[in-house]
Design a protein around this ligand. Structure first.
Ligand code: ACM
Ligand code: ZN
Length: 530
């Protein structure tokens, strides 16, 4: 080794092995305000963390993250979780003084987000360091922060492809780190039913598996299949474990049980659910399928039973009932469906869909829960208490907001993370579209068309991750990161900067993602143009 190399190598060792690292920090999503003061707090294994039961989730998280011993007879300084009547229940003040770090919040949610911010003030090496904390300097400062939107969501389709329980937890963990509070879990589809339903076991023995999967893109010719059985489902025990994990990350899970369309796996399991009542298979290709739930009484009995089990598993107030992409071909030719149109004095099959959704809403409301549906639930009349998820652009969301309904914006042009993010050669196959990170960063969930009074109905936004073309968790991560960083800032930050500045923080954030073993894509170096 040359002399110069030895010096460089020694510096490298000092940087990596020294437990006394000075650093400057970057925060995503950008907080409301940050004021530096004089001095620094020295975080070490002599730091004591104090919290009462109402801050247990946040206190435990911080303790686990820092690997600080619980019982300290002698301590040098303290981190205190303190109750303060802050306006926003997810807001917080993080006050770093020389002798104390004080976290002020009204609820554990605020405290949890303060901890996620504090985490970013610490060296990224800590993200997967198994050793006990030695010493880190944290510059004294005061951060005041609160979210811009109350609904901050990420979706994942586990039906087109399924992912392990460990990956679902990793995904939820990443959401929480970026201050998302909702995980929309898309559990049923034409290509696979992924949640255990004890009353209808064939949903899992039959509906959870397909015989084969399309190879390549949907539009490729000739069409090819891999002829391999594919599938699986989450047992109720696993679902409970995931729900408990999400709670420890202040993430609410919204389960989606699709109806009346995207029901082919259910119909393959129980043919009585369809108009034609014929045996069909679980779908092995992608797209929109004609066999949807019939509107016979037996379908409603089935769906109410399914929803009963789902409601028992998920403590949150929302059940997503889908509602999208339900072709009416079968209903038009079905005596039972046509008779119902007549007896209920409905105009057409669109009103029949509205009848279907409204009836399920009544059942779900009577159990103290609320429904969310894709914007097609506006067709034929919106169910009275429904929240609308606007995906075919923003027009459905605008209409729903003007009717006084809550809206979650998820327009496909801006927030579909299954779209391509780069035009560079060699990108992995995607469904189509082009949604680069800049598009996500510049998205504003509040449409200009809405007047002041109606803007309040836009409760937030969500990105969707449909997995037709993502058959590994690595690929999901590649599509989600770093676009999720941009979305976190859209949803959380009132204090927006600009894309160039954001990019410099995002690049630094990559070091943290490296430590977390996240397979992010990196298209930040070269400007992408539309
Ligand atoms: C959807 O993308 N079909 C909601
Ligand atoms: Zn029918």
């Amino acid at each position: 080794m040359t002399h110069k190399k030895i010096i460089v190598f020694s510096l490298f060792l000092i940087f990596n092995l020294s437990c006394f690292v000075g650093f400057s920090s970057e925060i995503i999503p950008n907080p409301d305000s940050r004021i530096f003061t004089i001095g620094e707090f020295i975080l070490s294994n002599k730091t004591k963390i104090n919290y009462s039961d109402n801050f247990k989730i946040s206190g435990d998280f911080l303790k686990d993250f820092l690997k600080i011993e619980s019982k300290l007879d002698k301590y040098s300084n303290q981190i205190n979780f303190l109750n303060k009547d802050i306006n926003n229940e997810e807001g917080y003040i993080l006050e770093i003084l020389e002798k104390n770090i004080n976290i002020y919040s009204k609820t554990n949610k605020g405290a949890f987000y303060a901890v996620q911010t504090l985490r970013q003030l610490l060296p990224f090496q800590l993200e997967n360091d198994k050793s006990i904390v030695k010493e880190f300097k944290v510059p004294c400062q005061i951060i005041k922060d609160s979210p811009k939107f109350k609904y901050r969501g990420m979706h994942l389709d586990v039906s087109r492809h399924m992912f392990s329980v460990d990956f679902i937890k990793k995904y939820i963990d990443a959401l929480a780190m970026l201050k998302f509070n909702t995980f929309h879990w898309h559990l049923t589809e034409d290509q696979g039913w992924r949640i255990e339903i004890k009353k209808y076991p064939k949903l899992n023995t039959i509906g959870s598996y397909r015989d084969s999967t399309l190879v390549g893109h949907y539009t490729d010719k000739p069409i090819r299949y891999d002829k391999k059985k594919y599938g699986g489902y989450y047992s109720q025990k696993e679902v409970k474990d995931i729900v408990a994990f999400a709670k420890s990350r202040e993430v609410l899970i919204i389960p989606e049980i699709e109806m009346p369309g995207h029901a082919q796996a259910a119909i393959a399991s129980y043919p009585f659910l369809s108009c034609e009542q014929k045996q069909i298979g679980v779908a092995s290709t992608w797209g929109v399928f004609k066999d949807i739930y019939c509107t016979r009484e037996s379908t409603f009995t089935f769906l109410e039973d399914v929803i009963d089990e789902v409601m028992d598993l998920f403590p949150g107030k929302y059940i997503h009932i889908g509602g999208d992409e339900a072709p009416k071909n079968r209903w038009k030719k079905c005596n039972d469906c046509q008779n119902l149109i007549k007896s209920e004095k409905l105009k057409d099959e669109h009103e029949l869909q509205s009848y279907f959704i409204t009836r399920m809403e009544k059942y779900i409301n009577s159990n103290g829960k609320k429904i969310i549906g894709w914007d097609e639930i506006l067709d034929g009349g919106l169910a009275p208490n429904a929240t609308v998820m606007s995906w075919r652009g923003e027009s459905g969301g605008i209409k729903a907001a003007q009717m006084g309904h809550e809206v979650i914006m998820s327009p496909n042009a801006n927030l579909y993370f299954d779209h391509y993010q780069s035009k560079k050669e060699g990108e992995p196959i995607a469904i189509g579209g082009f949604t680069p990170i800049e598009e996500v960063y510049n998205y504003n969930p509040i449409p200009k068309e809405l007047d002041e009074n109606d803007k309040k109905y836009i409760i937030g936004a969500q990105a969707n991750v449909w997995t037709e073309y993502m058959n590994t968790s690595d690929h999901v991560e590649y599509m989600v990161f770093p676009r999720i960083l941009a979305l976190s800032e859209v949803l959380w930050s009132s204090n927006r900067t600009n894309f160039i500045e954001f990019k410099s923080r995002a690049k630094k954030y990559f070091k943290r993602l490296d430590k977390l073993d996240v397979n992010y894509s990196n298209h930040l170096e070269k400007e992408e143009t539309k």
